[in-house]
Design a protein. Structure first.
Length: 245
């Protein structure tokens, strides 16, 4: 489970002064469910996810991930999560297999376990055609699949996806969405950050709308439709963040 209470991250900017990138966010993500974090670029999604992944220290508030507080036991949090960040690069001279193996060893896995996990992940993500090619030659989709595989090699209970389909073609996007659904079916806790309305509608059990660092509303798609009197997720989002009547 992921649980945050009044989680806040404040930065100081020379021009704007104090900036609340995340402003008092409280949410709960449950095992076996996908929590969709929906917001425009700059809404605070990535900052929030980086605090959950222990990459940023909160200014205030608390966050529990897999039963561990992010500021008290960051090592235990990292051992229980897979965090796919849009900005994480691959080392071009390694093959996909070598990259995944490296991250498996970082997570303390034995080589036999890593070999089995690579086989499983390559099957699920359709990676066998490029598993032994160098990453420097990869398409965007190949890179993203490799990034996902190295993120999940230790089979974490909590999955955090930060805009995983950004810049991908339709077929690769479908493969990744299918894989995220499989993570839910395995009982993993999944947070899925995106600004793509159709992905939220098709994929997420609970939807949280974030804007200017604040969580403005959350609920199932049916709950949001009933609350705002709109059927289309884009219409609901614009109503919530822009105040349309």
């Amino acid at each position: 489970m992921i649980e945050t209470r009044a989680l806040t991250k404040t930065f100081r900017d020379k021009k704007r002064g104090e900036v609340h990138a995340v402003d008092g966010v409280s949410l709960t993500a449950q095992p076996g469910r996908i929590y969709g974090l929906l917001g425009a670029n700059g809404a605070g999604k990535t900052t929030l996810l980086r605090m959950l992944a222990t990459l940023l220290r909160p200014t205030a508030g608390t966050a529990l991930v897999a039963g561990h507080e992010v500021t008290v036991a960051p090592g235990l949090v990292r051992a229980n999560i897979g965090f796919l960040a849009a900005s994480t690069a691959l080392y071009g001279r390694l093959t996909a297999r070598e990259m995944i193996t490296y991250f498996g060893r970082l997570n303390g896995l034995e080589d036999g376990v890593i070999k089995n996990r690579i086989q499983l992940l390559a099957d699920r993500l359709d990676m066998h055609d490029f598993l032994d090619r160098r990453c420097e030659k990869f398409s965007t989709g190949m890179k993203q699949k490799t990034s996902i595989a190295r993120t999940l090699v230790h089979d974490p209970a909590v999955m955090i996806f930060d805009e995983p389909t950004l810049g991908l073609d339709v077929m690769t996007t479908r493969a990744i969405v299918r894989f995220v659904r499989e993570c839910r079916a395995q009982g993993k806790t999944v947070i899925y950050s995106t600004h793509v309305m159709s992905e939220v509608e098709k994929l997420c059990d609970t939807i949280g709308i974030i804007h200017d660092g604040r969580l403005l509303d959350e609920g199932t798609l049916d709950e949001l439709r009933a609350r705002h009197g709109r059927q289309d997720m884009e219409d609901i989002f614009v109503h919530v963040v822009g105040g349309e009547t």
